[in-house]
Design a protein around this ligand. Structure first.
Ligand code: SF4
Length: 311
């Protein structure tokens, strides 16, 4: 089978809500530095902070805004409005600010965005904070991000080492898959061979269906089959896994590694061993490193990032 290079050695460009990057751009002149949770890893990416409300010319500090009459989607379709206390209708400004941010993200060649949920602008699945209802999701900029097919990571999940680890491995697989040339049946088999363990962990039923289709080898129109295969897997990679599934997967892949490489990694614990999330995340990072060094394909994290100098 065709062997694909699964190491990403170019820094990934990531868009991020400005207030999560440490910029004090929120309506109340505050912000959060979520990157501090990544430690040295933050240097592995190129960051593109944007703030649609600042780009709308609403300034800092400002009165908060809310979506009146629907969601961010209905604002774009012309049925909903964005209202600001004391100022009234700011719909047009927020649309222009959101489009300007999107242009910036496109110029930066981003496909990933870390968003602040709960905002009527950047929120994707929530547009309210502390029970203050500010319209229904998605937010106005969130709606654009969804429409453009971004890989969307909630900023709050960066605080948990295991959740961030799960987002990172799926993000790497997502960015890698977008770049793969899939033109022949052989390309489909090769890509599936790389991603199938991760897909099975995320959604076993869907993966079985894809696996059966590929195994049948009956591709009527290879170009449309390849694109729907890519789209289905990109969609699957957006879904988070669970800690239990991650632990099972780590153990399964580790036992395979032990058997085939004849090597033991004493820090790796069994799924039933009690340990905290930080320890599990360290075991996963250790297995990623060991697998890379030994040239072993670790199905749990099929695509990894290595700086060119460390390859
Ligand atoms: S959530 Fe978005 S619009 Fe609101 S302050 Fe943060 S970056 Fe700006």
């Amino acid at each position: 089978m065709k062997k694909l290079d699964t190491v990403v050695d170019e820094k990934i460009s990531i868009g991020i809500s400005g207030c999560c990057y440490g910029s004090k751009v929120r309506y109340n002149n505050k912000g959060w530095d979520f990157l501090e949770f990544l430690g040295r890893e933050k240097g592995d990416y190129i960051w593109h902070p944007v703030c649609p409300e600042c780009m709308a010319g609403l300034g800092v500090p400002r009165n908060s805004i809310r979506i009146a009459g629907g969601t961010g989607d209905t604002v774009w379709s012309g049925e909903g409005k964005v209202m600001q206390q004391g100022k009234g209708d700011v719909t047009e400004g927020l649309k222009q600010g959101s489009l300007a941010c999107m242009e910036t993200l496109k110029r930066g060649e981003t496909e990933v965005f870390i968003y602040m949920d709960g905002s009527p602008s950047c929120g994707v699945y929530r547009t309210n904070l502390k029970k203050q209802k500010r319209g229904n999701p998605p937010g106005v900029f969130g709606s654009l991000l969804l429409e453009q097919g971004y890989f969307l990571i909630p900023a709050l999940e960066m605080q948990s080492p295991i959740k961030w680890w799960d987002w990172r491995r799926r993000m790497l697989a997502f960015v890698w898959l977008k770049k793969q040339e899939i033109e022949t049946a052989e390309d489909i088999y090769a890509v599936w061979h790389v991603l199938k363990f991760l897909c099975q962990e995320i959604d076993n039923e869907k993966s079985r269906e894809i696996g059966r289709r590929i195994a049948s080898g009956q591709f009527e129109d290879i170009a449309s089959e390849a694109e729907s295969f890519r789209a289905e897997i990109l969609e699957m990679l957006r879904k988070p896994s669970t800690v239990n599934k991650i632990k099972q997967s780590l153990w399964k892949n580790y036992t395979y590694y032990k058997k085939h490489m004849g090597l033991e990694v004493e820090e790796i614990m069994e799924p039933t061993d009690l340990r905290n999330m930080t320890t599990i995340a360290s075991e996963l990072v250790l297995m990623e490193r060991k697998s890379f060094e030994e040239g072993f394909s670790f199905g749990t994290s099929p695509v990894i990032y290595r700086d060119r100098r460390r390859r």
